[in-house]
Design a protein around this ligand. Structure first.
Ligand code: MN
Length: 194
C-alpha cells in the first residue's frame, strides 16, 4: 500500500484572505504531494513501505525521515486551521492554556515569537511534554516532536513556501493572521487523545 496524499479538509479558497487559494494550490497541490510521491519512490519494494508514517518518523533517517515527516507535518498543519477558525478557545481549553502560559494572549505571543525566531525552514509546535505540561517547541526542516517523545497538539509551518506568495518575506504578517484561522477544537481533540 503506497502512502497517499490525504484530502485537504476544506476548499482551496477556504482560508482566504489570510492564506490564498494560490498558496494552497502550490503548498498542498505541489509541495505536500511531492513529499508523498518522493516517500513512495524511496520506500518502494522495501520493508519501510509497510510501516506507518509515525514509525518512519520515529525510526528512519535521511530522505525517508524527511519525506515521511513532511507528509505527516503538512496533514497536521492543515487540520490545525479551519475556515470557521479563530475567535476564542472553549473555556476548558482556555483554562489549560492559562495554566501553562498565563493567558491565551501569552500563548499566542509565544507561538508567534518562536515562529519568528526559527532560523531558516521549520515548524513551530504546541506540544504536550512527558510531565503533562504544554510547551512551544521549534523543529528545523522536517523535524517532528514524535521523534523526541513529545505529543504534538498543533503546528505552524514556517517554511517560506507557506507564506511567500501572500506575505513575501513578512513572516510576522503570516503568523499574526494564523490566529484568524486556528482550529481550537483540533488542539482539544489532540489533548483528549494524548
Ligand atoms: Mn510546507
Amino acid at each position: 500500500m503506497a502512502f497517499e496524499l490525504p484530502q485537504l479538509p476544506y476548499d482551496m479558497n477556504a482560508l482566504e484572505p489570510h492564506i490564498s487559494k494560490r498558496t494552497l494550490e502550490f503548498h498542498y497541490g505541489k509541495h505536500h504531494k511531492a513529499y508523498v510521491d518522493k516517500l513512495n519512490s524511496l520506500v518502494e519494494g522495501t520493508a519501510q513501505a509497510s510501516k506507518s508514517l509515525e514509525d518512519l518518523i520515529r525510526e528512519s533517517e535521511g530522505g525517508v525521515f524527511n519525506n515521511a515527516a513532511q507528509v505527516w507535518n503538512h496533514t497536521f498543519y492543515w487540520n490545525g486551521m479551519s475556515a470557521l477558525g479563530g475567535g476564542e478557545p472553549s473555556s476548558a481549553l482556555k483554562s489549560e492554556l492559562e495554566k501553562n502560559f498565563g493567558s491565551v494572549e501569552e500563548f499566542k505571543n509565544q507561538v508567534t515569537n518562536q515562529g519568528l525566531g526559527l532560523f531558516g525552514s521549520g515548524w513551530t509546535w504546541l506540544i504536550k511534554d512527558s510531565d503533562g505540561s504544554l510547551k512551544i517547541h521549534n523543529e528545523s526542516n522536517a523535524g517532528n516532536p514524535l521523534r523526541v517523545g513529545k505529543t504534538p497538539l498543533l503546528t505552524v509551518d514556517v517554511w517560506e513556501h507557506a507564506y511567500y506568495l501572500d506575505y513575501q518575506n513578512a513572516r510576522k504578517g503570516y503568523l499574526d493572521n494564523f490566529w484568524n484561522l486556528i482550529n481550537w477544537q483540533f488542539i482539544e481533540d489532540n489533548l483528549e487523545k494524548s
